[in-house]
Design a binder for this molecule. Structure first.
Ligand code: ARG
Length: 301
């Protein structure tokens, strides 16, 4: 096994967060308006109850409010034009993993989506990244293994470290390419609860020291890894995690958490830690299994 992949605490010998080099914070986010948003098939348990039930007008309004919330938090928002026929393109996090390499080069590693209905999204995003100064890297999956970008690969705030989730949308074999592409170690976490099918549905770093998780989404070895690395682990209640997708919050610069409204316990913990919490309504997107975190991609440089 490659030296920069960690799958259990016994692999962590010699690894410490303190020794992880620091990593640039994102410079903004990329969002895609939901002009073509629809729920057409049950690709995840959320969608199963809502096929055909997306309200486009409401979705457009909620999306605009989310973009405004990011801007108000001091996070610049860039916009990629939506492609007709791509109903999930609004979930901009999934088509790639963006970041920088230790030499400062900006890279977008393009995903290899599990569902055929989402595969064309990746080309639209790849062209955007190419036009905006990123090196576009492709996964070598041989057409078999899948990787769903920032849905399953989450940067540790401010550190050269990536957390990688697998089990439903991403195959664990893909993390070797992630580690190699970004020259960054990856700690792998196994997802075991279908309701939490992407890492960003159950794992939300709040600061370099603190993370919000939904514990039963993980197997025991993965929980051990999380507890070993983060000194502060906050857990989300089932209703906050499922009905309000609280772990899909986006925390800007360890300062402002933008999240679905109504997750009272989770937002209370965040405020108690000194974070500013901005609540938005993403209910139309939760019907499709996504909220704040996956409605944007981080930009760098
Ligand atoms: N309907 C989308 C799908 O099933 C939702 C994706 C949400 N993304 C996320 N990272 N949670 O692929």
């Amino acid at each position: 096994m490659s030296a920069n992949l960690y799958r259990g605490i016994s692999d962590l010998k010699g690894f410490s967060l303190r020794n992880c080099p620091s990593m640039d914070e994102p410079s903004g986010v990329l969002m895609c308006p939901p002009d073509h948003f629809q729920i057409l098939s049950a690709n995840n348990p959320y969608m199963a109850r809502h096929v055909g039930a997306a309200d486009r007008e409401k979705a457009m309004k909620q999306w605009a409010e989310l973009a405004a919330a990011f801007r108000a938090a001091g996070c610049p928002v860039s916009v990629i034009p939506p492609t007709p026929g791509l109903e999930d393109m609004v979930f901009a996090a999934n088509s790639s993993l963006t970041g920088t390499r230790p030499d400062g080069e900006k890279v977008a590693l393009i995903s290899s989506m599990r569902h055929a209905s989402r595969r064309r999204e990746t080309e639209a995003f790849a062209s955007w990244y190419e036009a905006h100064g990123y090196r576009v890297a492709r996964t070598k999956s041989g057409g078999h293994e899948t990787f769903e970008g920032s849905g399953d690969a989450v940067w540790h705030p401010g550190k050269r470290l990536i957390w990688g989730g697998h089990g439903f949308r991403t195959d664990p074999g893909m993390f070797e390419q992630v580690a190699e592409t970004f020259k960054t170690p990856v700690i792998q976490l196994k997802l075991v609860n279908e309701r939490f099918y992407h890492l960003d549905t159950c794992f939300c770093p709040l600061t370099p020291e603190a993370v919000l998780i939904y514990p039963s989404a993980f197997d025991a070895a993965s929980l051990e890894l999380i507890l070993k690395i983060f000194p502060i682990v906050v857990t989300a209640s089932e209703s906050d995690a499922v009905s309000r997708m609280a772990c899909n919050a986006a925390v800007w610069r360890s300062k402002t958490a933008v999240m679905q409204k109504g997750a009272g316990a989770a937002s209370g913990h965040m405020r108690a830690m000194g974070l500013e919490v901005v609540e938005v309504d993403t209910s139309e997107f939760i019907k499709s299994g996504g909220s704040v975190y996956c409605m944007k991609q981080y930009l760098f440089g």
